[in-house]
Structure formats: structure tokens, C-alpha cells
Design a binder for this molecule. Structure first.
Ligand SMILES: [Zn+2]
Length: 444
């Protein structure tokens, strides 16, 4: 550990602090230079994809394939998924091609990365003709204060320069409506729906009214029933999940006259890995919701208990490779085995659950590739088409190991994930049919 000469609080200490602060200054400059260089490289990668696709008969699709392939190549080096790289390429191109003066201000240290993001984000609504005007003013304000403090002023400025009405902007914003799940801690997740404000308020109001009705009804219940002590928040959440998991949408294009449509009959599917000891109840370790995050042992056991059929997979305790699968008819057995072996898409870094993937022939069946375990692997739609339409190549090296080769010749070894046992229940207490996987070492 470093020791400092001189008495505590002396001039010697001030000299050391001066040196540390100067160090930060030069590190900050080096970081900025590296980050700006990365932004420029990402933007170049995006332009290269566009160039590659020029002249292709189906330009939009060709551009997307070229971009995916390049993003996967860059992702391999940066060790992030190609989806992430593709998003960052989009942001980088926006900065380089639309916000040049802002990028220069960042590069020369007038503003920071946070300011740069803020200007590009808030300035999105400013029409091209007035962008330069906005940029000059925004950079000036950013150079004097932190991003959080400048944001409100910049939002007002952008609003003033924007020629579009609130109605027009709302129409665009509503086109970006979406639902996503964000993993939280302790086996919980947030379901986030971005919807028009009036719909959001309506949803909360209906849930609240329904929750109050549930609470009123329970007061009238017979006395010998176990007491329902749920809070309004809890009941509201239970009604919300119940409606979404078991309800049928009012507008169902598959309905004929008064006959109900097919949408209400569709059941949710999730894919879970449970360690064998947890299943037996001798261990309370968490199970794994494939592609997401851990779930608690009780939920995992509940899922497994309601699985009418399942295939057990024995695994080598040392190598971890799959040794045997319980008896099933061949196609089923093969599919179960593959789901147990792969668990998720087998492109490097991808975690899309096998349940939502295609089974791909590594060597195409049309060119003589057999429908055998050593020639099959799960790929999500995105990576399935990447394999077929770009210069990414894959080989099977035995034992479920896949070797991917990028267009520039870099190779990535993709080992099979921890082997597992699979269940395929039809119905759960909470109407979630699921694929449950149990990892279990071989008994020797
Ligand atoms: Zn994938």
C-alpha cells in the first residue's frame, strides 16, 4: 500500500492531491478520445452494412442481414450480443451523421458523453432546418452545467424549435408502444407497458375497482374459509396477472360470429431449469428461468409437480455431457434431448429460450446433412437467418459443441449449456404451461 511522506494535512498532501487530480484529467481525456473513436468505428460499421446491401434486389432485407452479420462480428470482439451492437451502431450513426458539432464538442472536451447523449435525445424532435441553431445553443448551455440541470431548459428549447404539433408527435410516440419485462431482484420482474396516458390511467382505474370489489366480496365470505389478508396492491396485481394469463381479448380476429376465437385458448409458456436436489425438496437453491433470471424453489417445484410428462436426462458428472434420455418415441425424444442439451439459441451470447427457437440442421438436409443429434442445434429466428444469409459459418465438434466462424475468420467455441431434464406440463395452477428442465448428474 502507498505511504505518504509528511504529516497528515501538510503541504505534502496537497502536492499528492494535485497529482491525483491531474491524473484524472489525463485519464478523462484518454477515455473521451477512446469513446469518440468507438462511436466513429460503430458508425463506419453501419455505413459498411449499407454499402454491402446496395444493389441487392431486396434492399431492406439485405441491409438488415449485412448489419446483423457485422454486428455479430463486432459483438464477438466487444463481448456483447449482436443485438446490443446493432443498437449502438444506430446511435453512433445518429451522432456522427446528425450531431456532428456535438460530437466535436465532446471530442474537444467542451462537453461530456452525458451531455452528448442528452443533446441527441432531446434534439430528436427539432426539424433538420433548425438543428444547427439548437445545437449551438445546447452545446453552450451544456458547457456550463451538468446534464441533469440543463435537461429541462433544453427540452423547452427543442419544443419551441419543433414545428410539429403535440398531436403529431403523440401519433409517432403511440406507434412506439410496447410491452417488455425487466428482471428485478429476488425472483421478481417488472412488466412495463408503454401505452398512451389515457389507456394507462384506465388500466389502473379498472384494476383498482376490481380489487375493491374482490375485497368487498371477501368480507361477505363464510366464516370458516381461511382469511384473505391481501392488500389492495396485491389484489390489483393478482387481477392483472389473472386477466393476462387466462383472459381472452375482446377484439379477436379469429372469432366467427358469436363463436369464441382462438386467442383466449393460447397458453403462456416458460422454460425453467431446476436442479434435481431442489426438485426433491432437499435444497432450496434457485431455479433458472431460461433467458431471464433465477426463480424461487417453491415456484419451480410447483411447475414440475404439474408436469404430466417429462424426459429425464442423465449427465456425466465430470464432463457434464448428456449421457442418456428417458424413453420416448424418436422425434419426441430427439426434440426433448435437444431442448435439454441446448436450453437456448446456440449463437454466441444469445439467450433466447429453446422453446422459442428453430431446430436447425447444421449441415443443410438438402445437401445431405442427417437429422441426427450431432447435426441439429437450436437457433433463434434472428441467428437462423444470420447463418443462412450471411458469411457466418458453423460446425459441430461433437458433444453438442458448436464452432462459429465469422466472416473475417475469427472462431467462437460455443459449448452446450449445463445439461438438464425436461418437463412439458399442460396446465399449471396459474395457467402457465411450461417446459421445466431439471439438471441432474449421472448416478456414478
Ligand atoms: Zn439467437
Amino acid at each position: 500500500m502507498e505511504t505518504f511522506a509528511g504529516a497528515p494535512g501538510s503541504d505534502g498532501d496537497v502536492a499528492v492531491l494535485t497529482e491525483i487530480v491531474a491524473g484524472f484529467e489525463s485519464v478523462e481525456a484518454a477515455l473521451t478520445a477512446a469513446q469518440v473513436a468507438e462511436v466513429r468505428l460503430l458508425a463506419r460499421a453501419g455505413r459498411l452494412a449499407e454499402h454491402q446491401a446496395a444493389g441487392a434486389p431486396v434492399r431492406v432485407r439485405a441491409h438488415d442481414m449485412a448489419l446483423r452479420s457485422i454486428a455479430a462480428e463486432v459483438g464477438g470482439v466487444l463481448r456483447v450480443t449482436d443485438r446490443t451492437v446493432q443498437m449502438r451502431i444506430g446511435e453512433a450513426r445518429d451522432l456522427v451523421e446528425t450531431w456532428g458539432a456535438t460530437l466535436t464538442a465532446w471530442e474537444t472536451g467542451r462537453i461530456t458523453r452525458g451531455h452528448t447523449r442528452l443533446i441527441a435525445d432531446v434534439g430528436g424532435i427539432v426539424p433538420a432546418a433548425r438543428r444547427a441553431e439548437f445545437e449551438v445553443e445546447a452545446i453552450e448551455r451544456c458547457s456550463r452545467d451538468t446534464p441533469n440541470r440543463v435537461r429541462p431548459g433544453l427540452e423547452i428549447l427543442a419544443e419551441r424549435l419543433s414545428e410539429r404539433s403535440f398531436t403529431e408527435r403523440h401519433r409517432d410516440a403511440a406507434a412506439g408502444r410496447c410491452v417488455r419485462v425487466v428482471a428485478a431482484r429476488d425472483g421478481m420482474s417488472d412488466v412495463v407497458a408503454t401505452v398512451p396516458t389515457v389507456i394507462a390511467d384506465g388500466i389502473l382505474d379498472r384494476l383498482t375497482q376490481q380489487a375493491r370489489a374482490v375485497i368487498d366480496a371477501r368480507d361477505a365470505d363464510e366464516a370458516d374459509a381461511p382469511p384473505d389478508l391481501r392488500t389492495v396492491d396485491q389484489v390489483r396485481t393478482d387481477v392483472f396477472t389473472d386477466l393476462l394469463l387466462s383472459g381472452a381479448p375482446a377484439l379477436d380476429p379469429t372469432a366467427h360470429g358469436d363463436a369464441p376465437g382462438a386467442l383466449g385458448a393460447i397458453r403462456a409458456q416458460v422454460q425453467v431449469v431446476v436442479p434435481a436436489l431442489t426438485l426433491l425438496g432437499s435444497d432450496d437453491g434457485p431455479a433458472d428461468l431460461i433467458g431471464r433470471s433465477p426463480i424461487d424453489a417453491d415456484t419451480a417445484r410447483c411447475l414440475a409437480a404439474h408436469a404430466p410428462t417429462w424426459a429425464r436426462v442423465l449427465t456425466d458428472p465430470v464432463e457434464g455431457t448428456v449421457l442418456a434420455v428417458d424413453r420416448y418415441s424418436t422425434p419426441w425424444r430427439q426434440r426433448r434431448y435437444l431442448q435439454a442439451r441446448d436450453q437456448h439459441c446456440r449463437f454466441p451470447g444469445c439467450r433466447r429460450p429453446a422453446l422459442r427457437c428453430d431446430v436447425d440442421h447444421t449441415v443443410d438436409a438438402a445437401t445431405g446433412g442427417p437429422t441426427a443429434l450431432g447435426n441439429l442445434a437450436h437457433l433463434c429466428r434472428r441467428h437462423h437467418s444470420l447463418k443462412h444469409h450471411t458469411r457466418w459459418r458453423v460446425r459441430q465438434r461433437g458433444g453438442g459443441v458448436l464452432e462459429w466462424t465469422s466472416p473475417t475468420g475469427r472462431t467462437y467455441r460455443e459449448d452446450a449449456p449445463t445439461p438438464t431434464v425436461h418437463f412439458l406440463p399442460d396446465v399449471l395452477p396459474t395457467v402457465i404451461p411450461a417446459v421445466v428442465a431439471v439438471s441432474e448428474p449421472a448416478p456414478f
